[in-house]
Structure formats: structure tokens, C-alpha cells
Ligand binder design. Structure first.
Ligand code: ADP
Ligand code: MG
Length: 253
């Protein structure tokens, strides 16, 4: 049975997609079977693993809104042990279309239940909002991994996210845990990054991963080649640190 982890933070641009793709690919190259589920209408995780969105026949929208079997939406990637359920812009309608439907918060959970035994890890790349798509993800997950960018106001908005986690625990998924907090885009040349690390550690304590993701040009280039960093440039600093994170996540489950 897979460990199911949401990658969530309603702030955009904090490294959710980069982490979903590269943590997922990292664990996959270490030999585990991994499924990445893209539930962001922007579909950046989808293109980030080399899927051309124009060629996608079935996406997560069909699963959530049209009751398509999850199995039929799963695609292979260039890494043998890494599969993806893609998202396309069609998904942008789901947030509204789901509102009047029966069991709107548990649709993703039911879909995942049908395939969870085929994987060791399932990562869900959430959109930058706390709407129904993110609620579906948190309801379907054992835990949530929160990327936090090393910048001023890093902690801003996190109380809203934690409040949403509490609401989901209360009403939909009492076992939901905080898996960990990941510091991203550290610029080692400034003191600011170090201050932010201290501040986030004070707040989240041992939930903060030892691996801190640096700003790394290769990480920002890899998506335009449709490749996870372990494939695009396995010797880069970005690849090394995402592999360190992969090992940390694997031992903690
Ligand atoms: P989110 O999914 O939270 O919106 P992304 O993962 O898409 O955030 O990251 C936002 C942008 O920053 C993307 O262009 C991505 O390529 C870039 N980026 C993310 N992490 C890093 C990093 N560690 N170093 C350099 N660029 C990064
Ligand atoms: Mg994203």
C-alpha cells in the first residue's frame, strides 16, 4: 500500500512542482514505484516529466469530474518506476464543477484507493490555492509536505494552510499528518536565507528536513527539457540535494 503525500502551499512559486517532480523522480531512481498526480490546472508537473499536454487523452479532470477509472489516466515516464496522472487546463473548471456534486471532497481519495497497491509512494502536486482540489488532495493523503521558500515573509500564509489541515483532520481525514517542511531556493550568498531557516525551524522544529534546496540554475532549466533533474543533470547540486531529500523521506515513513 502506497504512502500518499500531498505537496501543498497555497503560495505560488515556492517550489511545489519542482519538489513533486524531483522528489518523486529521486525516490523512483532509488528503486521504489512512484506515482505523481498532477492536480494543478497549470499542468507543470505533467510537462516537467516530459508529457506533451496537447497529446494527453485522459487527465485527472476526467477522473474527478467524469468518474473515469484512475487506471486509464496513468501514463509512463522516461524513468521506469515513475508514472504520472497528468493535468491539463481542462482541470481549471473542476474547482467550480465539483461544487454541486456528491462526495465532492473524497473523489480523489476513491480514485487513488483503486490503484494505491501498485505503488510505494504517491505524490500529489497541489495548485496554489486552498480550494476543492487541495481539499481533495489532503483528504486522500497520509500526510502533507510543505515547501517554504527562503525569503522574507516565508511563514506568511502558513497559518491558513495549517488551519485547512486542521479542518480536513476534523471533518474528512482524521489521520492526516504533517510529513515535513522543506526549505527551498536558498541563496547561500545572503544572510537572509540563514535567518529564514532559523525562523522556520523555531516554528516547525524537527519537522524541517535537513536537506535544504539551494537556488540552482539546472533545477530551473530542467522543466523546459521535460526532464527531472536526476535525468537532466545528475551531477548538479540540485540533483544531489533532491536525492538527499528522497533518502530522508524514504527513511521517515
Ligand atoms: P510552485 O509549484 O510552488 O508554483 P515551482 O516549483 O513551479 O513552484 O517553482 C517556481 C519557479 O521557480 C519555477 O520556474 C521553477 O523552475 C523555479 N525553481 C523552483 N525551485 C528552484 C530552485 N531550487 N532553484 C532555481 N529555480 C527554482
Ligand atoms: Mg506548481
Amino acid at each position: 500500500m502506497a504512502k500518499i503525500i500531498s505537496i501543498a502551499n497555497q503560495k505560488g512559486g515556492v517550489g511545489k512542482t519542482t519538489t513533486s517532480v524531483n522528489l518523486g523522480a529521486g525516490i523512483a531512481t532509488l528503486g521504489k514505484k512512484v506515482l505523481l498526480i498532477d492536480i494543478d490546472p497549470q499542468g507543470n508537473a505533467t510537462s516537467g516529466v516530459g508529457i506533451n499536454k496537447a497529446d494527453v487523452q485522459h487527465c485527472i479532470y476526467d477522473v474527478l469530474v467524469e468518474d473515469l477509472e484512475m487506471e486509464k489516466a496513468i501514463l509512463k515516464t522516461e524513468i521506469d518506476t515513475l508514472d504520472i496522472v497528468p493535468a491539463t487546463i481542462q482541470l481549471s473548471g473542476a474547482e467550480i464543477e465539483l461544487v454541486p456534486t456528491i462526495s465532492r471532497e473524497v473523489r480523489l481519495k476513491r480514485a487513488i484507493d483503486s490503484i494505491a497497491n501498485k505503488y510505494d509512494f504517491i505524490f500529489i502536486d497541489c495548485p496554489p490555492s486552498l480550494g476543492l482540489l487541495t481539499i481533495n488532495s489532503l483528504t486522500a493523503s497520509h500526510s502533507v509536505l510543505i515547501p517554504v521558500q527562503c525569503e522574507y515573509y516565508a511563514l506568511e500564509g502558513l497559518s491558513q494552510l495549517l488551519n485547512t489541515v486542521r479542518l480536513v483532520q476534523k471533518h474528512l481525514n482524521k489521520d492526516l499528518q504533517i510529513e515535513g517542511v522543506l526549505l527551498t531556493m536558498l541563496d547561500a550568498r545572503t544572510n537572509l536565507g540563514i535567518q529564514v531557516i532559523d525562523e522556520v525551524k523555531k516554528y516547525f522544529q524537527d519537522k524541517v528536513y535537513n536537506a535544504v534546496i539551494p537556488r540552482n540554475v539546472r533545477l530551473s532549466e530542467a522543466p523546459s527539457h521535460g526532464k527531472p533533474i536526476v535525468v537532466y543533470d545528475p551531477k548538479s547540486r540540485g540533483a544531489e540535494v533532491y536525492l538527499d531529500l528522497a533518502k530522508e523521506v524514504m527513511v521517515s515513513v
